[in-house]
Design a protein around this ligand. Structure first.
Ligand SMILES: [Zn+2]
Length: 336
């Protein structure tokens, strides 16, 4: 054993302190690193969530992105045929490529067609993530709106306001629908139908008749009063007409995929039409009696409609939408 003098002992002590300080710093850095990774994981989870895959029937599957609190973006519906795959709606742009990868994992058949139910970014944002060879089908007004800067009102919460820049070509649809488009997929006929001035001025519903499934886009908001984008060509009366037509074009055994939330039954759609129609007539009759919209908002709606009040469309906003539908013109938008 080597004996240390006083200086040697002091140097050894300092070295021990230095090495224990280094260990402490390494430990702290390790803990900080773990905390950063965990926080980044939590942030990623809240921003991007995880994809829930729900098979609705045979070839039809719905992809929903969720975090622990709520759904992120819109439903994406996939028809996976033996020869080709069809996708309805494309998610928000930052989530589009991972959503497309999930679609590709569902089916080996190539994605040949993408149908966009309307221009809102949670439905159309992912167009550019699909191959340039993919047919991207939308109503002509969706092309017009996405080709120009757009404003969105109430898209995330009541009275919110967003501005969207004009899209470049790879973010635009490339096959337009005026009123209706039908095409076969395997033994099935896909029926794409436009309903003028409903949720927006470019809404499409997609019927897979043999599968007895209809994709509605945002024509219905489950557990909420409807969101009618009156500043972008939507109208409450038009939404009512759209729901009437969809019920006539469907059978009681059909199931319906809304833009957000769980699938609905035929009876759910009938109940929703009654909600839209009856509450619209209730509000309009009071406006016709000479009350101001603020007076109608102050008195509210009868209690049996309270269950439809939601953070996205509270009762006050729904009454205002009915009023705005009568006062804001739904004229054709200009060409880009
Ligand atoms: Zn929408």
């Amino acid at each position: 054993m080597r004996l240390l003098g006083a200086r040697g002992f002091s140097a050894a002590l300092n070295q021990t302190h230095a090495s224990s300080s280094t260990v402490k710093i390494k430990r702290i850095l390790g803990i900080v690193g773990i905390v950063v990774v965990v926080l980044a994981g939590i942030a990623y989870h809240f921003l991007f969530g995880y994809i829930v895959v729900q098979n609705v029937d045979g070839p039809v599957t719905v992809l929903q992105r969720k975090n622990v609190l709520h759904q992120i973006g819109a439903n994406v519906t996939v028809y996976a045929g033996s020869e080709e795959t069809i996708v309805v709606d494309t998610q928000l742009k930052p989530m589009a490529s991972s959503t497309r990868s999930k679609v590709e994992a569902l089916s080996k058949a190539p994605i040949t067609k993408v149908i966009v139910t309307h221009w809102h970014p949670d439905h159309s944002g992912g167009i550019s993530s699909f191959s340039i060879d993919t047919e991207v089908i939308a109503h002509i007004n969706v092309l017009k709106r996405l080709s120009m800067p757009q404003e969105g009102f109430g898209l995330t919460k009541p009275r919110s306001h967003h501005e969207f820049a004009a899209r470049s070509t790879d973010g635009l649809p490339n096959k337009m629908v005026e009123s209706r488009l039908q095409f076969p997929v395997g033994a099935t006929t896909v029926d794409v139908v436009h309903y003028p001035h409903a949720h927006t001025d470019g809404d499409l519903a997609v019927f897979f008749h043999e599968s007895e499934i209809v994709v509605l886009g945002d024509l219905i908001w489950p557990k909420s009063f409807p969101f009618v984008d009156v500043h972008n060509g939507g109208s409450v009366e038009g939404l009512e007409s759209a729901l009437q037509a969809i019920i006539q074009q469907s059978k009681p055994s059909y199931r319906f995929v809304p833009g957000h939330g769980a699938t609905l039954t035929f009876d759910d759609v009938v109940e929703y039409l009654e909600l839209v129609s009856q509450s619209r007539h209730w509000v309009e009759s009071r406006l016709d009696d000479g009350r101001s919209v603020n007076q109608v908002i102050e008195s509210g709606l009868p209690g049996n409609w309270e269950q439809w009040d939601s953070p996205l469309v509270p009762t006050t906003v729904w009454i205002k939408m009915i009023y705005d539908s009568r006062t804001i013109p739904t004229e054709a938008i200009p060409r880009p």
